[in-house]
Ligand binder design. Structure first.
Ligand code: IPM
Ligand code: MG
Length: 366
């Protein structure tokens, strides 16, 4: 037993494959005297198949106890027919909600070796390093009332965008704190031109700024204009803070700036626990990619970089996180490419497992 506990939830689709590669990294750290107390459990469709629920109460309880949860991906066409309440995604949303993981950090960094691969021009993305902070426990994902009901002779679908001042203020603080350690700039995105919740969002972010973070440069943008600016000149941004739904959209967009969704990690952080560390769940931004599951085509880098974020934010192992990130950079510089990144001349196609092995080999050589 060590004092570093980690719960691994591989989930569905490519989740188990990419997680197997993270296991290699964890094992390698074990050989270096940095051991983790790892347990593994089910989430999403895999949990539904075993227990009839996308997240068993025992798993939820375990997640509350560990230092960090590392999740692969959830969902797949097999589960499309399920009732909404037991869909794989509900398992993930329950974890986020009950662990109160309100700040979702989604960095979009363009590795030099991949700058040519982006669908945008190289000079637009080369050297890109932005951080999207997405509110993760409220907004339209969780607002009440919600549902589908009958009005007269037609059905009506309802979801509610709802934010309290304290929910906005705490995620704004996360963004300002991060900005101070980076480029010291925050851009807040909402739709204050059409949504009252957007007006409140803008006001509260400004208030928190003026009272607590006047040293950080703050700007506001409508989220649609933000999407446009992200593709026009993404390097104008440092930290972007936005709500749950806009964050979902904008982070997929930002991911693609870097070449592939298969590259992007995320950290979802809550309030500090008794040991001073935040409650935390780490997961790749990509989904379960059922179309390529089980074929060795998946890119394990997003999941491996998510583990690197765990090293940094949950285990105070910043140097080790740097090491993992450098190892990833090095294999990319060597030209190794999983299926999502193929196409460039002079690169070498590798499988999911070969990519994991190559990253471990770089670590061992570092
Ligand atoms: C994400 C995903 C999830 C979300 C899904 C799987 C519920 O798209 O993490 O971005 O919408 O939050
Ligand atoms: Mg998403």
């Amino acid at each position: 037993m060590t004092n570093r506990s980690l719960l691994i939830l591989p989930g569905d689709g490519i989740g188990p494959e990419v997680m197997a590669e993270v296991r290699k990294i964890i094992d390698w750290f074990g050989t270096q005297g940095i051991a983790f107390d790892v347990s593994e459990d089910l989430v999403g469709g895999a949990a539904y198949d075993a227990h009839g629920t996308p997240l068993h109460d025992d798993t939820m309880a375990k997640a509350q106890e560990v230092d960090a949860v590392l999740l692969g991906a959830v969902g797949g066409p097999k589960y499309d027919v399920l009732d909404f309440s037991v869909k794989p995604e509900r398992g993930l949303l329950r974890l986020r909600k009950e662990m109160d993981l309100y700040a979702n950090l989604r960095p979009a960094q363009c590795f030099d070796a991949l700058a040519d691969f982006s669908s945008l021009k190289k000079d637009v993305v080369a050297g890109l390093d932005i951080m999207i902070v997405r509110e993760l426990t409220s907004g339209v994902y969780f607002g009440e009332p919600r549902g589908i009901h009958k009005e007269g002779n037609e059905r009506v679908g309802i979801n509610t965008q709802r934010y309290t001042e304290s929910e906005i203020a705490r995620v704004a603080r996360s963004a300002f704190e991060l900005a101070r350690k980076r480029g010291n700039k925050v851009c807040s995105m909402e739709k204050a031109n059409v949504m009252e919740s957007g007006i409140l969002w803008r006001d509260v972010v400004q208030e928190v700024h003026d009272a607590e973070y006047p040293d950080v440069e703050l700007s506001h943008m409508y989220a649609d204009a933000g999407a446009m600016q992200l593709t026009r000149w993404p390097k104008q941004f440092d930290v972007i803070v936005t709500d749950n739904l806009f964050g979902d959209l904008l982070s997929d967009l930002a991911a693609m700036l870097t070449g592939s969704l298969g590259m992007l990690p995320s950290a979802s952080l809550g309030a500090p626990m008794a040991n001073g560390r935040p409650k935390a769940l780490y997961e790749p931004v990509h989904g379960s990619a059922p179309d390529i599951a089980g074929q060795g085509k998946a890119n394990p880098i997003a999941c491996i970089l998510s583990f690197a974020m765990a090293l940094r934010y949950s285990f105070d192992l910043g140097d080790e996180a740097d090491k993992v990130e450098k190892a990833v950079e090095a294999v990319l510089a060597d030209g190794l490419r999983t299926a999502d990144l193929l196409g460039e001349e002079g690169t070498t196609p590798v499988s999911t497992a070969e990519m994991g092995d190559a990253i471990v080999a770089k670590l061992a050589a570092s």
